[in-house]
Design a protein around this ligand. Structure first.
Ligand SMILES: Nc1ncnc2c1ncn2[C@@H]1O[C@H](COP(=O)(O)OP(=O)(O)OP(=O)(O)O)[C@@H](O)[C@H]1O
Length: 291
């Protein structure tokens, strides 16, 4: 318990990449707290997958250092490069990549340290897969396959869990369900997790930490609530009437997209569908659409 809030992962890395706009370095230096769930987001081609691959040891940066707990997984200055299979990492990608000739149970057992490990049964039960344990992956739905991939990654008892858009190929409902399961598994196992997602809103809901990349640089790192504040798209409105007064000008604004999404901390207040709430607009933030 003592090290729960200690930075358990520290990565400093620099790697020259060829971005769509030309060559530029990916340059990161961040620390993750033990047991945290970090949402990694950013535009397409900003370096998210490369960063995940560096964490996994699948890509070696030009220079850098990575420490997990008290162990060094990478130190280019000292030529230390712990290979992926010796890193305690679990990975899940968009496509589950399960072994097709093995059953669900065998897929999970293969990753577990011991075949008699009760963890396998526990994991199968946790995501409701006991009844499908003897089926082959080809006979499962996309959501079921991703569930297997998720518990297979956890069966390795990883120190770091890396998820690269694991649910993005699934329909909305299945994605929501699996996100809920991911949060539950994360609470139960407390594995330090990095989740890549294109869905900013998704990340804001489940992550306790957000890491935003743009062109290989960290542009936002911290609580999802502050990140949201900076990146929230303003509501689009049209000026309907202008009343110039002595000290203030009153603008009547017709909102053209009246439904907005706001993320608020879950523990502050109870909200009820249909209740009226006051939404205030900061006049300083008003800009012309073309600006
Ligand atoms: N080994 C490499 N050498 C040079 N450039 C690379 C290398 N690997 C990736 N890139 C480039 O780095 C940029 C970032 O790629 P990356 O796949 O990490 O982005 P991403 O944020 O995961 O994108 P997406 O959201 O579309 O999956 C891309 O322009 C890619 O072409």
């Amino acid at each position: 318990m003592g090290d729960i809030l200690m930075p358990m992962l520290h990565l400093r890395a620099r790697m020259n990449l060829l971005f769509a706009s030309g060559p530029a370095p990916l340059e990161v230096d961040f620390k993750l707290t033990a047991g945290s769930l970090t949402g990694l987001c950013g535009p397409s081609g900003s370096g998210k997958t490369t960063l995940l691959r560096i964490l996994a040891g699948l890509t070696v940066p030009d220079s850098g250092m990575m420490r997990v707990g008290d162990r060094i997984w990478l130190d280019t200055a000292q030529k230390i490069q712990v290979p992926t299979q010796q890193r305690k990492v679990g990975m899940v990608f968009q496509d589950a990549a399960l072994f097709p000739n093995m059953t669900v149970r065998q897929n999970v057992e293969f990753a577990a340290e011991s075949r008699r490990d009760s963890l396998v049964d526990e994991l199968l039960a946790l995501v409701d897969l006991e009844n499908l344990a003897d089926r082959k992956p080809a006979t499962l739905s996309g959501g079921q396959r991703q569930r297997v991939a998720l518990i297979r990654a956890l069966a390795r008892r990883p120190e770091v869990l890396l998820l690269d858009e694991p649910f993005s190929a699934l329909d909305y409902e299945t994605r929501e369900q699996l996100l809920g399961e991911l949060v539950r598994l994360h609470r139960q196992f407390g594995t330090t997790t990095v989740l890549v997602s294109h869905h900013q809103e998704e990340i804001q809901r489940v992550a306790d930490n957000i890491l935003e990349l743009k062109q290989g640089k960290v542009t936002n790192f911290g609580s999802p609530y502050t990140a949201e504040k900076e990146s929230l798209n303003p509501v689009t409105g049209i000026v309907n009437e202008v009343n110039v007064r002595e000290t203030t000008t009153q603008l009547q604004i017709r909102l053209t997209s009246p439904i907005i999404t706001v993320n608020v901390p879950s523990d502050t207040k109870e909200w009820h569908i249909g209740e009226a709430i006051a939404v205030s607009i900061d006049p300083q933030t008003l800009t012309r659409k073309a600006d």
